[in-house]
Design a protein around this ligand. Sequence first.
Ligand code: AMP
Length: 182
Amino acid sequence: MRLVLVGPPGAGKGTQAVRLAERLDVPHISSGDLFRANLRDKTELGLAAQRYMDAGELVPDEVTVGMLRERLAEDDVEKGFILDGFPRTAAQADALDELLRDAGNELDAVVSLEVGEDVLVQRLLARGRTDDTEDVIRRRQEVYREETAPLLEHYAEQLVTVNAVGEVAEITDRIVDVLGPR
Ligand code: AMP
């Protein structure tokens, strides 16, 4: 199963991706987690990404695509993946299309997690990550609307939408249901 989760910051992509990865037995690949791991290890890539992350801006596409290309070349990805937080721009989606095409694969579905904006801000403020200050949260929402939301059209054919308000387990069930038997 090859899945992409999309949704605004706070929609629960990370939470659902972890649960789906377990249910579907495929690796969970989070671009944000990869950046944070690089930051923790003080790699060159991590240091290059830091100022963008702190400001709620997107890390430049070349850096992000390079990092994902490496991750998607690892052996565990052969059985599929759940992508969380990537792609976030049209250029990243094009790069992913090309990677998949070269490997003779395609996405099974793109799952859009739908949540109203007031719920999002509440969730993010409760999460307390260092980039979860109100200004940065607002900026990330804006970046989502401008850069990432247009991808829903790019993926019109594979897109399934799920109401992502409610209990965590219930939302996972909704996603699994909408994916159907595959
Ligand atoms: P996340 O954990 O998905 O909220 O990502 C945290 C931060 O990492 C974002 O605010 C961006 O600065 C950066 N980031 C994560 N994924 C991407 C991506 N696909 N493209 C560019 N920047 C990203």
